[in-house]
Design a protein around this ligand. Structure first.
Ligand code: CIZ
Length: 310
């Protein structure tokens, strides 16, 4: 059997099992192209969790990393949430544990904790307000100016927010995404020279954020990059984020060209989810992700506050 025929039959099996299980498949913008292509929804982590929540399906297959499955379980506690590979973790979410956050809070009594969505459910449960990369600034601006803020876990996103709000006392946790730190400024400078008309779109988790900020046309979340690429009249783009996003950018924008700022910025944990594992997840209803009710209730309150801010 040819490679294409094998792939097609695998895809058909996934779609048949999805129907049998009454499930929806949601995928992150960084997933393998073959996984994005069979998903009912592709987007950022919050969009994924909200799609699962709004869907009538009782089973949600999360094609992303573990904290994304936890977020879906927090928003849909009555549903079955599956992740096809339990080893799909997130280096950024693992930068801070609940015990570390509890100790940090003790050092700063009265401070407001803002957690990026890339955190475990246990960390979210100790959080006042969650944020995503698209609303971090708005979330911080919603907090009274005289309040100290503990921003976890991404120091690059946090430092970008701090630059926009220099009067505020924002303490940063020393965390970062191991994939985004691979994105360095020098290749970006070269790409800009080679493609002077290209728009440069950058994710705020990038390790070179401070060095490359002056070069960026826009600093955006993954969904923000997708939207901007569609709306912009530019024909060429330099994209500084995990390379899985190029699949969707190329698919949705025929006639436009996308250059990765770093071809090596590929997250091996995101890539643990394959079509075959999605099939096994649906076949064997594995691996269930649940969050204890007390933790989920507190974490949901932090997510709900963020959603109310927008
Ligand atoms: O929230 C997400 O999905 C992440 C990790 C990044 C983004 O900008 O969408």
């Amino acid at each position: 059997m040819s490679g294409t025929a094998t792939e097609l039959s695998l895809k058909d099996k996934v779609l048949a099992l999805k129907k049998k299980r009454g499930a929806v498949i949601v995928a992150h913008n960084y997933q393998l192209g073959e996984v994005q292509d069979i998903a009912d929804y592709v987007g950022d982590s919050l969009g994924m969790a909200r799609f699962g929540q709004a869907s009538a399906a009782q089973t949600i297959v999360i094609c992303g990393v573990h904290f994304m499955a936890e977020s879906a379980a927090i928003l849909s506690p009555e549903k079955t949430v599956l992740i096809p590979d339990l080893e799909a973790g997130c280096s950024l979410a693992e930068c801070i544990t609940a015990d570390q956050l509890a100790a940090w809070k003790k050092e700063h009594p009265g401070a407001v904790v803002v957690s990026y969505v890339n955190t475990t459910a246990a960390v979210k449960a100790l959080t006042d307000i969650c944020c995503t990369s698209s609303n971090a600034l708005k979330v911080v601006q919603s907090i009274p100016e005289d309040k100290e803020i503990l921003f976890v876990p991404d120091m690059y996103l946090g430092s970008w927010v701090r630059m926009q709000e220099p009067k505020r006392k924002i303490h940063l946790w020393n965390g970062s995404c191991h994939t985004h730190v691979r994105i360095k400024p020098e290749p970006i400078v070269q790409l800009k020279k080679d493609h002077p008309k290209a728009e440069f779109l950058m994710h705020p988790e990038c390790g070179c954020l401070t060095a490359s900020m002056g070069l960026a046309d826009k600093i955006l979340s993954t969904d923000g990059i997708i939207k901007r690429a569609k709306e912009s009249s530019a024909k060429e783009f330099i994209i500084a984020t995990e390379v899985g996003i190029l699949h969707r950018l190329n698919k949705e924008n025929p006639g436009k060209t996308f250059y990765p700022a770093a071809a090596e910025a590929s997250c091996e944990f995101m890539k643990k989810i394959t079509l075959e594992k999605v099939m096994w997840a649906l076949e064997d209803l594995q691996y269930k992700v649940t969050v204890p009710k007390a933790t989920a209730d507190k974490a949901r309150a932090a997510l709900d506050k963020m959603v109310a801010i927008g």
